[in-house]
Design a binder for this molecule. Structure first.
Ligand SMILES: C[S@@+](CC[C@H](N)C(=O)[O-])C[C@H]1O[C@@H](n2cnc3c(N)ncnc32)[C@H](O)[C@@H]1O
Length: 334
């Protein structure tokens, strides 16, 4: 049985085999989706603790709230309240994509769901898309990409460090998404093995170094994105994208503010996820020799203003020099 624990000490569970008690009887509802053997399910305590587990006959889920037999969680409609052998209530849910991304074992800084969601949007992913990703890291973004392109699509994910590939493979397997992912233990310095893909995303420190290779792997007119944490990296990437045959460039920062769901006292949470990264997206064009035509309006306006200011400064210094020439007394010749 696979078993993983995230930073909070919670995670996919199923390895505890102590005695336990069953679930409450729930009347079946038309159209309800029932749990079955092999399902990844979420148990949420009434204090908000979330536990992921894969249902296997004969196994037992165990936490500080008591234990629950997996057999008692089978054939129940999602949304059912079940009870541990100590009588504590647990809500049985289908794990969301957020639950899957945030509860994996992590070796690296993993993607935040807000950024993963916008990357999917900017890459215009859908079932059947073929998408390249680098680096894989712990596989957080890979999970979101595979979720979007399954069942007909494919994620080709590249990672330079073997230990990260191992962890990502296990995470993807536990989330049931490995069939949609091809993991490459390789540096993208050596390029990509695929061509004509629908989208490509770089989540690594120096994306500008790989634009030529990204352009070669992408279908012209398709979708490119990169995530970087600092504005210096954004500027560097922008300059290289402009040179490298990419158009329709967009820079964004994704901010999400949660609210305390108290109807009579509705207000934002006291803290929020501050800065995570900047998302840069662009479209590869067929003819990389004409990128300046496709610069953004703001960029073109800035360039025009800069050129005008330079001309004015030149003219002013020329005039100043000319008038100084006329005013300055000429040295007397011996
Ligand atoms: C910020 S982490 C990616 C995190 C990942 N998106 C996630 O959600 O778990 C960056 C990863 O890129 C990998 N990397 C850096 N340079 C690379 C290269 N040239 N080729 C492939 N992977 C690379 C690093 O080893 C690291 O695992």
């Amino acid at each position: 049985m696979n078993s993983a624990v995230n930073e909070a000490g919670e995670g996919i569970d199923g390895s505890n085999l102590t005695a336990g008690l069953g679930s409450s009887a729930v009347p079946a509802r038309a159209g309800a989706k029932l749990t079955k053997v092999g399902d990844l399910v979420l148990l949420v305590s009434d204090r908000g603790k979330r536990h992921l587990l894969r249902l296997e006959p004969g196994r037992q889920f165990h936490s500080h709230l008591g234990s629950t037999r997996h057999d008692d969680l089978l054939d129940l409609p999602y949304g059912t309240t079940v009870h541990s052998h100590l009588g504590h209530a647990l809500l049985l849910l289908e794990p969301s994509l957020d639950d899957r991304i945030t509860r994996i074992k992590r070796n690296t800084q993993i993607i935040y769901p807000k950024d993963a969601a916008m990357i999917g949007q900017r890459l215009s992913l859908r079932a059947g898309s073929r998408v390249i990703e680098a680096g894989t890291g712990s596989g957080g973004l890979t999970i979101a990409l595979a979720w979007a392109v399954a069942p007909g699509g494919r994620v080709y994910s590249y990672e330079i460090r073997e230990e990260h590939v191992r962890v990502a493979r296990r995470n993807l397997d536990q989330m049931g998404l490995l069939p949609y992912v091809e993991l490459h233990h390789a540096s993208i310095m050596d390029g990509f093995a695929q061509a004509g893909v629908d989208a490509l995303v770089l989540d690594l420190r120096t994306p500008w170094l790989f634009l030529e290779k990204a352009h070669a792997a992408l279908r012209p007119g398709s979708f490119f994105a990169a995530l970087v944490p600092t504005t210096n990296q954004v500027s560097r990437l922008l300059l290289e994208l402009e040179k490298g045959g990419f158009a329709d460039i967009v820079v964004e920062e994704i901010l999400v503010r949660k609210y305390k769901p108290v109807p009579d006292r509705l207000r934002p949470d006291d803290s929020m996820v501050g800065h995570t990264g900047f998302l840069i997206s662009a479209r590869p064009v067929v003819d990389p020799s004409e990128p300046r035509r496709w610069l953004s309006e703001e960029r073109k306006r800035y360039e025009a203003r800069k050129a005008l200011n330079e001309r004015i400064a030149e003219e002013e210094s020329r005039r100043a020099e000319g008038s100084d020439e006329n005013k300055r007394p000429r040295p007397k010749l011996p």
